[in-house]
Design a binder for this molecule. Sequence first.
Ligand SMILES: [Zn+2]
Length: 261
Amino acid sequence: MRVKGSLALMTVAIAAVILITVSVAAASTAKSETGVPILLYHRFGPVVADSMTITTAGFESHLKYLRQNGYTVIPLRQLIDSLKSKKPLPAHSVVIVADDAHKSVYTDMFPLARKYNVPVTLFVYPSAISNASYAMTWNQLKEVKETGLFDLQSHTYWHPNFKREKKKLDQKEYEKLVETQLKKAKDKLEKDLNAKVDLLAWPFGIYDEYLMGKASEAGYIAAFSIERRPVRSTDNMMSLPRFLIENSNQGKSFERLLTEN
Ligand SMILES: [Zn+2]
């Protein structure tokens, strides 16, 4: 009886130790999951013309900092694949993207992306291309894509403010607009650039449940908003956060942004 009793006690003790070990391990896994920051750029230039512009020298200092501090700039596609398959990423992964295909992406960002050999995903709204004076041309898009460094994805067809359109239009018109914006952009980019387009950047970072559902229906597997935090495995695939980079994000401010969790 005594032996049996102590055996039972030992079994309970061992079970408790296993339980504690397992839960400690689980807690530390959850704790150690580091998010991946997506750095979102817009325009580049010799001077800070507006809040969406970063100096070209400032952008180069970001690339230098990443290189010198053990960061790996991975393609956005690799991050999406890893979120879906749980495949591990290199330690200190960072993603670089740019919205709007402003012409300074071609003149200023592109040469530096080549110099530092970093992949960039560019979110394009086709209505501006080879049309608006501030935008890139179709030939420039082809050229950057051919280097293999640039992935071209959708930023809707003409960059509408969905919140404003929803107020302005009746329900039928609004639904039609949403569908056109999502599908036409994807079709045009796929056809003209021979690209696989299934990623979407929400114009102005505006999205809601309805828009997310419509984007999935249109064939997008992930969509991106603007929020100052890194991407985590628990995030909704249709509203993944991106850090909107401003010219003031230099030095300590840039460092902080990369280590924010
Ligand atoms: Zn935009």
